[in-house]
Design a protein around this ligand. Structure first.
Ligand code: GCB
Length: 656
């Protein structure tokens, strides 16, 4: 009996899952209006022992303040660090938000209104004027619903959100909830193995936007370049939602135009009624990564005008498009026909006070730092980042390894598999048009040595491939290559390892050869390109110890340098395609005795100031850029030391 049950739970099937619709980033146009509901909302923390009380007592039926005392809460932001209360920081379960807003009278006429959340972590239930509007599970990903029928026009409306942060064995990512005895009774504890704080709340912007009755619901573009990169093609496919499409299918058509950066039209086409076709751009400017070209991040604007019969304009939507190709073999990964060598970071969306909440100032600062340090890539470890940051990456030419929220995945089961696939479906759907996205990461440090990992990751990888065959698939793996059962389903192998930190702590003399042999082991096993997706050392800013000692700035610098040596040896093997430091900046984690206020492996502090190793990394990334991509290096890369011509002393960037 027991055995039978165990066996049953091991069987996982590749089931069909529900797919997302729409979700174009809200943009104003001649036919669309957008307004944000960001600002200060009212907030209530539920009783942890009674998480469904608000539902049973109907808190959504009236102002929250009529049911419970509320506090002001900024949106977007994580709620955890806003107050001084430990109970809110560590809260497990549901919290409630509400606010009032007006909808103009004009919105009630002949159009549709949509409500869109950039992300709510982890699960959200939404009501408008007391009526259920939408429910969504999965942090870090947008969701939307039509609210035309729920709104009062030319009047005041109320939106109520219940957000649940509980992570269990079938959520993505997984967690565990338990009851433990405390001094006075019991406490509900959320535990998780992943190494970042489980921030929660309404993390990204909330938008209301209008569309015409029949409108452009989805646009998918795929780009290509001619052999010599002189002619670009943009294949498009448009999905329309609305009655005009259903009643008179054959009469719909779209006119598409592409404008260059100067606003000059460089291509145009009129679609057939299937709304699928292609545009050609002569003398194209391809989208290039930062430092791989003198004009990186070149974006065109694709304007789509949807018409009904008799040239009646229905809808207009504009999308930025970068024209580039990706291709890969068992040794190389190429963009526009040129091999890529990644120099980048693992990162987090994390900051003081606002937690994981969208912060445009922080985002702009981070991109400035990425460019200052000469990085050309980062991985969205360990979940999808904001749509605004994806747009920034497009503009700045920063390549993205786009990761879904699966981290430390274990105990593979059917519900988990379905949700994991759904997280990738939502991610690919959201990000497929971004030229900056060059790879999908289907997991971070999954337990790929476990029973079922082979089948599980075969399903996940093949599903992702079925959604998008134009980008390679990876996962950041930490089990030894001998134990791994998932790598054969990937296109590119990424591995995480902390030599001289978790393994052989303090032993700087045990880094270089180990990195070389681990990377080589992965390549031997799978015959695929390999990159190192994490390495690093916790470093307390301002702690200086010579000779280098763990936690000091000297130690981080030395750990990096020992890795650089390994990477340079590996670079001679063509299949080694990149290096990613862990982490871009210090970030908050759950409380443990190995974390001093959080994980301190940042090259930058949490306040986004450089540690000593940042300067070393900058010299390396630009040196690589110069060697691999012939980029220019900044004048201030080296500090003047001495005019000792003829000696080996490097004193300016000409010495590189
Ligand atoms: C890892 C994880 C990352 C952690 C890091 C660390 O392997 O992928 O989430 O933060 O190690 O510093 O322990």
């Amino acid at each position: 009996m027991g055995l039978k049950r165990i066996f049953k739970s091991l069987i996982i099937l590749n089931k069909e899952i529900e797919t997302s619709r729409g979700m174009l980033y809200p943009r104003e146009s001649e036919t669309r209006e957008v307004r944000t509901l960001d600002g200060i909302w009212n907030f209530v923390r539920s009783d942890e022992t009674n998480p469904t009380q608000g539902i049973r007592d109907g808190w959504f039926k009236d102002d929250l303040s009529k049911s419970m005392p509320t506090i002001p809460m900024p949106v977007p932001a994580s709620y955890n660090d806003i107050t001084t209360e430990q109970t809110l920081r560590d809260h497990v379960g549901t919290v409630w938000y509400d606010r009032k807003f007006f909808v103009p009278r004009s919105w009630g006429q002949d159009q549709r209104v949509w409500l869109r959340f950039g992300s709510v972590h982890y699960e959200a239930y939404v009501w408008i004027n007391g009526r259920s509007a939408v429910k969504h599970e999965m942090g870090h990903l947008p969701f939307e619903t039509e609210v035309t029928h729920l709104l009062k026009y030319g009047a005041e409306n109320r939106i109520t959100v219940m957000c649940d942060n509980a992570l269990i064995q079938t959520t993505v990512p997984q967690g565990k909830i338990s009851e433990v005895a405390n001094d006075e009774g019991v406490t509900i504890i959320q535990s998780y193995t992943f190494d970042f704080f489980n921030y929660a709340g309404i993390h990204r912007s909330v938008h209301l936007y209008t569309t015409p009755k029949t409108f452009i619901e989805e646009v998918e573009v795929k780009t290509n370049l001619s052999q010599n990169n002189s002619v670009g093609t943009v294949d498009y496919s448009i999905t329309v939602n609305g009655t005009a499409a259903n009643e008179a299918e054959n009469t719909l058509l779209a006119r598409l135009q592409i404008y260059n950066r100067e606003g000059v039209q460089v291509a145009n086409v009129t679609s057939d009624s299937k709304l699928v076709g292609s545009l050609q751009v002569d003398n194209v400017k391809p989208w290039w990564p930062y430092l791989m070209h003198s004009d990186p991040g070149y974006l065109y604007e694709l304007e789509i005008r949807l018409y009904a019969a008799k040239e009646q304009l229905l809808d207009v939507y504009r999308l930025k498009v970068g024209i580039r190709t990706l291709s890969w073999t068992n040794t190389t990964f190429l963009i526009n026909g040129k091999p890529i060598y990644f120099r980048g970071f693992g990162r987090h969306e994390d900051a003081d006070v606002r937690g994981r909440g969208l912060d445009n100032a922080l985002m702009a600062r981070d991109f400035n730092l990425l460019k200052w340090i000469g990085a050309n890539a980062y991985r969205t470890s360990h979940y999808p980042y904001s749509e605004e940051s994806m747009q920034f990456a497009d503009q700045h030419g920063i390549m993205i390894i786009d990761e879904c929220p699966s981290v430390d995945t274990e105990n593979f089961n059917q519900v988990l598999l379905d949700r994991h696939k759904s997280s990738l479906e939502q991610l690919v759907h959201r990000d497929r048009n971004h030229p900056s996205v060059v790879m999908w990461s289907i997991a971070n440090e999954p337990r790929t040595g476990q029973v079922n990992a082979d089948t599980y990751f075969q399903f996940v990888a093949n599903y992702t491939r079925s959604l998008d065959s134009t980008r390679p698939i990876t996962a950041a793996i930490a089990v030894p290559s001998n134990d791994d059962k998932a790598g054969r389903h990937l296109d590119i192998i990424s591995f995480n390892r902390y030599n001289a930190w978790y393994s052989n702590t303090g032993r700087l003399d045990m880094v270089t050869q180990r990195v070389i042999s681990e990377a080589t082991g992965w390549n031997k096993k799978y015959d695929k390109p390999v990159l190192m997706s994490e390495y690093g050392a916790d470093t307390l800013e301002g702690l200086h110890l010579q000779p280098a000692f763990v936690w000091s700035e000297e130690f981080q610098t030395e750990v990096f340098s020992r890795h650089f040596k390994a990477f340079d040896a590996l670079r001679r093997q063509k299949w080694f395609i990149g290096e990613f430091v862990w982490n871009f900046a210090d970030f908050k984690t759950a409380q443990t005795y190995t974390r001093v206020g959080g994980n301190k492996k940042g090259v930058f502090t949490r306040a986004r100031q450089p540690k000593a190793a940042a300067h070393l990394l900058r010299q390396r990334y630009f040196a690589l850029g110069r060697e691999v991509d012939q980029c220019n290096v900044p004048n201030d890369l080296f500090t003047y030391i001495a005019d000792v011509g003829g000696s080996n002393v490097k004193h300016d960037s000409a010495d590189l």
